[in-house]
Design a protein around this ligand. Structure first.
Ligand SMILES: NC(=O)c1ccc[n+]([C@@H]2O[C@H](COP(=O)([O-])OP(=O)(O)OC[C@H]3O[C@@H](n4cnc5c(N)ncnc54)[C@H](O)[C@@H]3O)[C@@H](O)[C@H]2O)c1
Length: 240
């Protein structure tokens, strides 16, 4: 509790700092995460990467966009972990991205090494944080981070189902020329080639897509969703 003196009156205010959100890996995904966080003023951001100058430069660029977009979040870029101490949330995007022709599983050994060392550094300094993993192969990285951190499972989360479902929604909306806002879609399973989009539970304004599209068209949307990110037409970087 802090006291503010205004004239003779003393106003007691509870100073609650914004949540601290650390983003490890300042590449394509990490920089986007930092941007979404500050634009929505979800918290202050610490951006960490191994490459010198990159997290510092990206954090400064985003901070300088604050006056234009109207946000006040603080941003720090660093090549070390001390600035991440006492984070509320740590988003881990560090690692290699897929190149054309690679599956997510091809990244396993290298990214396991990277994510393992990142988790070690992070949990030493933020014992109560929630970890959100993004690095692929996602399901294996979540398991690794959970084991390595010793955190309860509800504090180690993987980000992918929302992307897979959003992808499916986008393809359905384009196919039927409707707004994405009218489309719900449901994708279960892992974030890999074995994911399971569920057409009967995917709807446009409440109508299952199985009533709106022929089976072969639905199958091609399902396949495109499961293989999402591998074709240049599906993403700029082909990494997801
Ligand atoms: N879960 C998902 O839905 C999803 C979506 C997109 C991307 N991904 C995955 O996220 C990862 C990042 O993708 P990207 O497109 O941002 O790649 P990127 O190459 O643009 O960025 C990765 C960053 O990690 C950094 N890095 C590497 N080793 C590090 C370490 N030890 N410590 C800190 N930083 C380190 C690199 O310097 C680079 O800046 C990839 O594994 C990609 O496959 C997952």
């Amino acid at each position: 509790m802090a006291a503010l003196q205004v004239g003779k009156a003393e106003i007691l205010t509870e100073l609650r700092p914004r949540p601290k959100i650390s983003v490890i890996g300042a590449g394509n995904v990490g920089a986007s995460v930092a941007q979404y966080v500050v634009e929505k003023e979800l918290g202050d951001v610490v951006l960490v990467d191994v490459v010198e100058g990159i997290p510092q430069g990206k954090a400064l660029d985003l901070a300088q966009a604050g006056p234009v977009h109207g946000y006040d979040s603080n941003l720090i870029g660093s090549n070390g972990y001390d600035e991440t101490a006492d984070s509320d949330i740590v988003v881990i995007t560090a690692g290699l991205a897929r190149k054309p022709g690679m599956t997510r599983d091809d990244l396993l050994f290298k990214n396991a090494e990277i994510v393992g060392s990142v988790v070690e550094q992070v949990v030493k300094r933020s014992r109560n944080a929630i970890l959100i993993l993004v690095t692929n192969p996602l399901d294996a990285m979540v398991q690794l981070a959970w084991k390595k951190s010793g955190f309860p499972s509800e504090r180690v989360i993987g980000m992918a189902g929302v992307l897979d479902s959003a992808r499916f929604r986008t393809f359905i909306a384009r196919e039927l020329d409707v707004s994405v806002e009218n489309v719900t879609a449901f994708v279960l399973g892992g974030h890999g080639d074995s994911m399971v989009p569920l057409p009967r539970y995917s709807t446009v304004a409440g109508i299952p897509i199985t009533d709106l599209l022929p089976a072969d068209k639905i199958q091609s949307l399902v396949t495109r969703t499961a293989n999402g990110g591998t074709a240049p037409r599906d993403s700029t970087w082909g990494s997801r």
